[in-house]
Design a protein around this ligand. Structure first.
Ligand SMILES: Cc1cc2nc3c(=O)[nH]c(=O)nc-3n(C[C@H](O)[C@H](O)[C@H](O)COP(=O)(O)OP(=O)(O)OC[C@H]3O[C@@H](n4cnc5c(N)ncnc54)[C@H](O)[C@@H]3O)c2cc1C
Length: 323
């Protein structure tokens, strides 16, 4: 980074005072427990902080990126340059008269879904065990058990530092299977809030479904530091089945290993690094391709070392359904 950029970054840090921290290890916030330091980390707890952080970073012409729960992204061991904004804007309104939920994008989606179940509002029950934030779920068009975000989203506020906040309809996102136009695309838009239209349902029936989905996750998914499913399912098959059939359950690279419970989940034993995770990805890809002639495409988003900004987009590929 040039001296000039360094000065702009310092000015931005000053504007945020205590809420800006230098060289904080991102591993402590990441689902996989992996990730080197953010050059400048800002944790935005209020909507205005979120917008201001992006606005100032853009105006200062320094790289920036917004993350939610970091549950679907592999961060490099070397860390990330520029401004990393962790979105902790958690406010949610439940509109009794219309059965609409309006959530700030940093809201924890599982908590929101649990509350809708408690109220007997149907449409988000599938998300009761989904890690991450509302914003991450919209960007990824997250889904499970036959449901996905795009089914109930009716509007969202998006923000671009050049043009400001806009209210958009779902079509704007160009949703596809676990994708949207914002997924790894490098466009400088962020999701600020999302509105979901739900439907009144029998609370007891919703609660029973929620229990069923939670138990299913507990039965099939391992606990621990993980990013969930590593690869997307190839057409007509399951990545987990192929990895298991290749004899790779338990395969290990350094501190990361293939879960015995769900072969598409890689676990960091606490000592793992991004290099280990990537080595395991390559090992599994090579072995599955050798044995079955099928190339497994990563579903998680992998950020290359020294890439960070919305301009220097991460590598990403289409996610699979986790159910
Ligand atoms: C154990 C486990 C189980 C999982 N199960 C499922 C599942 O059943 N279904 C499923 O779909 N996924 C699943 N996932 C993956 C993950 O939970 C989802 O993709 C989730 O929606 C990611 O949200 P996040 O807030 O963690 O996003 P992050 O990982 O923080 O970010 C993901 C992407 O979204 C961008 N982003 C985040 N917030 C914003 C915002 N406000 N504005 C603009 N861009 C933003 C980031 O820059 C990044 O590109 C699972 C993960 C784990 C660890």
């Amino acid at each position: 980074m040039t001296e000039d950029a360094q000065e702009r970054l310092a000015a931005l840090a000053q504007a945020f005072g205590d809420r800006a921290q230098w060289h904080v290890p991102l591993a402590r916030y990441a689902g996989a427990g992996i990730g080197g330091p953010a050059e400048l980390l800002i944790i935005a707890q209020r909507r205005e902080e979120l917008l201001e952080a992006v606005r100032l970073a853009q105006a200062a012409n320094v790289q920036w990126r917004v993350f939610g729960g970091l549950t679907n992204i592999l961060l490099p061991d070397s860390g990330l340059r520029g401004v990393i904004i962790l979105n902790h804007t958690r406010h949610i309104d439940y509109l009794e008269e219309t059965y609409c939920v309006v959530a700030e994008s940093g809201a924890i989606i599982a908590k929101m879904a649990q509350e809708t179940v408690r109220r007997g509002w149907g449409g988000l029950t599938w998300a009761v065990g989904l890690p991450g934030t509302v914003g991450g779920a919209v960007v990824n068009n997250a889904g499970a058990f036959g449901g996905e975000i795009s089914q109930t989203l009716i509007a969202a506020e998006v923000f671009n530092p050049e043009s400001g906040v806009e209210v958009v309809e779902p079509d704007w996102f160009a949703f596809a299977y676990r994708r949207s136009r914002l997924k790894g695309s490098g466009v400088p838009w962020i999701v600020v809030s999302a509105t979901f239209q739900l439907t009144p349902r029998d609370p007891a029936a919703l609660a029973a479904k929620a229990v069923e989905y939670t138990e299913r996750r507990q039965r099939t998914q391992p606990p621990g530091k993980t990013l969930g499913s590593t690869f997307k399912n190839p057409p007509g098959d399951y990545a987990g089945r192929l990895i298991e059939a290749a004899g790779l359950k338990g395969a290990r690279c350094g501190g990361c290993y293939v879960s015995e419970k769900h072969a598409n989940f890689f676990i960091n034993d606490g000592t793992g690094t991004a290099a280990d995770y990537c080595a395991l990805i390559r090992l599994v890809q090579a072995e599955v391709e050798r044995q079955f002639g099928i190339y497994l495409e990563p579903e998680i988003e992998i950020i290359e070392p020294s890439a960070v900004s919305h301009q220097q987009s991460a590598i990403s590929s289409q996610p699979e359904d986790y159910t």
